[in-house]
Each structure stands twice: as structure tokens, then as C-alpha cells.
Design a protein around this ligand. Sequence first.
Ligand code: URA
Length: 271
Amino acid sequence: MSQDRQLNNAELLSVLDWYRAAGVDLAVGEEPIDRFAQIPPAPATLPQRAKAMQEPGQTAAPAAGRAMGGDPGEARKLAASAATLDQLRTILEGYEGCSLKFRATQLVFADGNPEARIMLIGEAPGAEEDRQGKPFVGRSGQLLDRMLGAIGLDRSSVYIVNTVPWRPPGNRTPTPEEMEICLPFLNRQVELVAPKLVMTLGGPAMQTVFKTSSGIIKMRGKWEKVSIGNHDVDALPTLHPAYLLRNPAAKQMAWRDLLSLKQKIDGLGPG
Ligand code: URA
């Protein structure tokens, strides 16, 4: 078969199907880029990068090449150096220690109100979040908005983040290594927001925050005092909205959890 022959429609569709099966579901440019052919920039040392980030409006200096697995110690130091959420965002924008970053369109840092008393922690951005740069803006985000609305909340009364701020290819669950390298940044984000209550959405977020390997069906609906970074907070695990979309019968469990959250918020008094 000639290499130059134009593919017919059926062949083009089967190529697209093949890409989709391989987890490619988003075109980020018209022309392919061979990133393996690009020469990695010289690694910047931690002090250089920290200095770059102290200058207002600066993003971090280029980090070590295309890191496939960052150094958790360095991630902790970088995260701890952020005195504000804006600084933390800038640090993450320059951070290259998590390989998810190289397949994602952009950082998905947070949405909602950083002054809110309630923080929601999801798993990872999906395709729509990756496009818009905001967590929970796709179908499961729309359901989440309706769930919040049912107990009188909206995005001005909560702050929403994910355990990892870049979309895993093909919407797979982040690996333990990816979660570990992103954890110091999540911890710092929680410390800086200092919410009064946390609700985790789905199994992976629950396992990260509650430091457990238990399943979500067993754990959901039970409040526990947890330490996230150095912030101690009451936290409630509930089901992920994407799970509820696939299993509508489970909505009654989520509804009980939402009522429990509402009761706890009412117990905080006006704020
Ligand atoms: N699912 C998540 O866990 N987070 C998002 O931001 C979107 C979907």
C-alpha cells in the first residue's frame, strides 16, 4: 500500500477511534509537536526558582526538563514558600515535577471563594475543566452545582479544588505517585484557605484526605477530624457527582450527606 494514498472516511474514523482508545480525546493544536525532539532547558536550582517567584508578576524560572517524577521534598519546600494563594498558583504554573502537566492544556487551580468556610476537594480535572482552567465545570460540575443549590450553597460560598491540578490523560485516576507529588500543594492550598469544613468528592479524594485505603461506600457520610497540612478540620466524604450520574440510585446517599453538611454549617452559626 502506498504511503501517500489519501485515507478514505472509514479509515480516518478508525484512526480517530484508535486515538480515542489510546486516551487521546482533545486536540491542542493544528500541528503535531514532537516534544521528544525539543532540547530540555537547563535545570534551575531551587533557590533560583524561589527567587524568581518572589518578584511580583514573575512565574517560576524553567524547572528541570521534562521531569517524569518530581522530588516530593522539593515540592514540599516550594509549596511551603507560598505565602498567598496567588503565589501558590504562580509556583504551580512554573512547576514541572508532575508529568501530568505535560499532557494537560493548563493548570486547574481552584474555583469559588477563597474566603469560604467550606472547601470541596475532588479528584482531578476532566476534559472540560482542562479546556476552561476551572474545576467542576463539565457534566459532573453541573450536577455538583445543583447539589450545592439544594442546600443553599453556590460557588460564592464554597472553594473547590482537586487532589491534582492537571488533567490525567483520558480521565484516568491519578496514580499514587502523581497524587503524592501534588499533595504538598493541596496541603498548602488548604492551609491558606483554612476552611471550617471540608467535603471530599469520590474515593481517591477521600483516600488522600483521610489517609486511608478504605472504600468510599464504607466511609461516606461519616465526619472525621483530619489534618490537611497543618490545618485541622472536620471533613465529610461523599460520593463523586460523576458516580451519581452513572448510578442515579446512589443520589439518596449523597442527599443524606448533603443534609449532614447543611446541619454542620448551621452549627457554625452566621459567618
Ligand atoms: N471531576 C473531578 O474530580 N474534578 C473536576 O474538576 C471535574 C471532574
